[in-house]
Design a protein around this ligand. Structure first.
Ligand code: XMP
Length: 513
């Protein structure tokens, strides 16, 4: 395993960002709850510690305080913002409450670059966000950088390899922030920069083999990025010991099932079982037009079908693989919660592994999404899979408004396939967060030849987003929109009108439901 840098989490919104920046420098890092003991860090072979920022004041009664013994491990420590103030307080300096919170950009002047600022300019624009500040350094420290507000913006104790910085090197607004982090990793912690995709795959394959042994692994394949990369990785490690189950719920897009069959079945030669449950899903959805109820039926039916199909192939299987990622793992262990919750998985399909007495195998649980994509590419998954747009679990079930019928699904599928083709041909597909069609259960008047007819309306939704929390509609070129609309109304006879959704999120959502 790669060398580890521990980031102790004191509740900063940037903790995950710090870990990502460290990994961008090809050094492995993970988040530890602030209560983690020095003993545990030592056991994990940690080669450097970062104390993250946090919303608390060191003067607050409930201020999170780490194990004092971590300063005696002989391992370098870097305190960021709250982490610096903690060092100030815990190592014998003085910290004072500032009258005003220092927030936003400031200029950092470096007096002595040392190892942390080696080969960096003497003046840097940095991002601050703090209330308290160090007013007297702990014994053994010297100040190596100042801002207008603080003579102790950067302090170091070279002998013990302790550093404190008041600004946030991990945020985008801090100039050369990643270089400061890299200097800490390479110059101070002497990290080997061995966290690369290639090395990770090697390590992970070994781990999977070790934990699985001779048993079989089952995996529910959805065709999404996470389950696809999980499949490719386990397949590399275990070959035929992996069986993938793909449920056709009748709510898939055009050609989706076929492309899964061709990629995993034919290309990778994975033991793939396709379960066609489309009739069952559609029967259960008959007459239902309320969206929450549709979701419930789809979710419940999926678990039922999946469980049944697993039972039929379970012989000798001991593991159920899941595409859990690192952010899912972190989210299940809140800062004030029980640190043990950090290792709990929250992706279990309705408690299924427990019910079926299967162990859970989560080979991506240490990775961020961008790392998962890199692993997927390295394993030979095509761009279409690795950079696939998000697609909701209930599939087209949330994109046919009103009652879901076979005919309506067919109309939506055809229209959506045209949109997808035009988005790919124009290269826009890769630049947007999501692009899809929605079936509206309204008929509007149209005219073909001399005849008036009443046909369906399709809405086109194309949005940009960073994390799906907010989104904005994309200003696609008019000629592209025209082509999309012309083709849908010409080629899908049951559609007479195409409308464009120009709502942002909030107040609208991405899906129409
Ligand atoms: P909304 O519509 O809430 O969607 O703005 C935010 C993001 O989540 C996706 N989405 C889902 N994904 N199961 C999923 O796996 C679902 O039930 C579901 N509903 C919405 C949506 O496509 C968007 O990316």
């Amino acid at each position: 395993m790669a060398q580890t840098i521990a980031v102790l989490d004191f509740g900063s919104q940037y903790t995950q960002v710090i870990v990502r920046r460290i990994r961008e420098c090809e050094v492995y890092s993970k988040i530890y709850h602030y209560t983690t003991t020095a003993e545990e860090l030592k056991k994990d072979g940690v080669i450097g510690i970062i104390l993250s920022g946090g919303p608390s004041s060191v003067f607050a009664k409930s201020a999170p305080i780490p194990d004092r013994a971590l300063f005696e491990l002989g391992v370098p420590v870097l305190g960021i913002c709250y982490g610096l103030q903690l060092m100030g307080k815990m190592l014998g300096g003085t910290v004072a409450k500032s009258k005003a919170r220092e927030f936003g950009k400031g200029t950092l002047a470096i007096k002595k670059p040392g190892r942390l600022f080696a080969k960096l300019p003497r003046k840097l624009q940095v991002w601050n966000s703090h209330g308290d500040k160090v007013t007297e350094m702990p014994p053994g420290f010297i100040s190596i950088g100042t801002t207008d507000n603080s003579p102790f913006a950067v302090i170091e104790d070279r002998k013990r390899n302790f550093y404190g910085i008041q600004f946030h090197p991990e945020v985008f607004h801090t100039e050369r922030g990643v270089d400061v982090i890299r200097n800490y990793l390479v110059n101070v912690c002497q990290a080997a920069q061995d966290w690369t995709t290639k090395d990770y795959i090697k390590y992970s394959v070994k781990q999977i083999r070790k934990s699985v042994g001779k048993s079989r692994v089952l995996l529910g394949l959805s065709g999404g990025v996470d389950s696809s990369v999980t499949a490719a990785l386990i397949h590399k490690a275990m070959g035929k010991q992996l069986t993938c189950v793909f449920v056709d719920n009748g709510l898939l897009r055009k050609g989706e099932r076929e492309s899964v069959e061709s990629l995993y079945g034919k290309h990778f030669r994975i033991d793939l079982r396709v379960v066609d449950a489309s009739r069952l899903f559609l029967r259960r959805l008959k007459g239902v037009d309320e969206s929450e109820q549709k979701r419930k039926i789809i979710g419940r039916t999926f678990v039922e079908v999946f469980e049944k199909s697993l039972k039929s192939i379970i012989g000798g299987a001991e593991f159920l693989a899941q595409g859990t990622l690192y952010p899912d793992v972190i989210e299940s262990g809140a800062i004030d919660g029980n640190p043990a919750a950090l290792i709990k998985s929250h992706h279990n399909v309705g408690g299924l592994p427990d019910r079926m007495k299967l162990k859970v195998l989560e080979p991506l649980r240490e990775l961020f999404k961008d790392e998962v994509r890199a692993v997927g590419s390295a394993l030979g998954l095509p761009r279409e899979v690795v950079w696939r747009q998000p697609f909701p679990g209930p599939g087209l079930g949330v994109r046919v408004l009103g009652e879901i019928t076979k005919d309506r699904l067919e109309v939506l599928r055809e229209a959506d396939a045209i949109l997808m083709e035009e988005m790919k041909n124009s290269d826009w597909y890769w630049k947007v967060w999501q692009s899809f069609c929605v079936f509206l259960p309204v008929k509007s008047v149209g005219v073909i030849g001399d005849e008036r007819n009443y046909s369906w309306v399709i809405a086109v939704r194309v949005v940009e987003s960073i994390d799906a929390m907010t989104a904005d509609w994309i200003r696609l070129p008019y000629d592209l929109l025209q082509r999309i609309s012309n083709r849908i109304t010409n080629e899908v006879t049951a559609v007479s009108r195409v409308v464009l959704d120009i709502s942002s999120k909030p107040p609208a959502t991405i899906e129409w439901e």
